[in-house]
Design a protein around this ligand. Sequence first.
Ligand code: PA5
Length: 437
Amino acid sequence: MPNLKLNYDTSGVSDKEIMKYKDKVTKIHKKIHEKAEDEKDFLGWLELPTNYDKKEFERIKKAATRIKKTSDVFVIIGIGGSYLGARAVIEALTNTFFNSVSRRIRKAPQIIYAGNNINPNYIHDILDFIQDKDISINVISKSGTTTEPAIAFRIFRELLETKYKPEEVRKRIYVTTDAHHGALKNLADTEGYETFVIPDNVGGRYSVLTAVGLLPIAVAGIDIDKLMDGARAAQEKYSDSNLKYNECYKYAVIRNILYKYYKNTEILVNYEPKLHYFSEWWKQLFGESEGKELKGIFPAGVDFTTDLHSMGQYIQEGRRNLFETVINIENSKNDIKIKADEDNIDGLNFLAGKTMDYINKKAMEGTIEAHVSGDVPNIVLNMEKLDAENMGSIIYFFEKACAVSGMILDVDPFNQPGVEAYKNNMFRLLGKPGYDK
Ligand code: PA5
């Protein structure tokens, strides 16, 4: 069973300070748990690991098997919460060179992400890449009207229609959207595409454990039962209303305490490049949930040791408004021993017999020590290993911590009113009817 462990010894925050939030956190706990099943509140994700549509879950697995059989490439069309979670899990748990390794190693179609920008070169290059390949598409949009995925879907649907007969096109398009409303739902019903549902009470960035994430993740060959098992274990583990025994709530409190000490930028740190997109998912989760009403911690991400040679200088000696949260994967799946070299021209023989994971861990320990001594508090989240169960757990951990943290900050962690500003201007500039003022 997955077992995340929070270590805040290097955060500079004491248990005494944390426990001052006890009553506040108990109130928030009660509030969110009482409303978890309410259709009007965006709290459906809270009990999702135990309370999900089992029939749809089986349908997702069947669709994934079909897609794997019939497709060389699987195109995932979505933006923000409608793709980052899937990409985070897929990249964490598959070969770093997933699309380049042979099908025998990959055991799944190649995976391409589209509809997450409006750049013509990006689409052009995808079209080059998928030329002459059999493709299936999963278009994911809760509103069904988001411009970026809608444009991409038009293009890829047209491609499919030129490539396959109508009956075959129908079998290659999978739609994940609202149960009842929206342009995408209407189109799917009219055309007879297989659809999956984003529950009303689950917002985009909290939706990775719904069909939004589960179908792409299953197509990539990842065991979604294990992912849900891990999330379920976390749901149980972090259900204690008592702050003293709930590390998820402690993390939410510690970051709010640091924020009060003017530490208003949090950097999520990993020493595993496969977690790059997990940081992207985490950035969106916290950024969109907390950054409002002129408040909120700015979420950033770095991949170490790579970024120690780019961002390391700033973190060590730049403005002192930073703190870091380090994800430490305790046991690496693979390891490589450094051999002794007779000539030792590179002077590396002091590492002979040691493994790369050992060296990586020493780099982590040394960096934490350096950054803490440079007044950058560090929180460490220890994860036993990188597998589906642990990914399910860490996703749940951060989702719940994010909601509670936002409520401590006294903002609504489930809305994103600020995202409309750019859309309104863009639509006005593009002459969309109704946006002429
Ligand atoms: O978290 C959110 O709500 C957003 O990031 C959305 O997921 C994103 O804007 C995409 O929206 P939609 O799924 O409606 O296309």
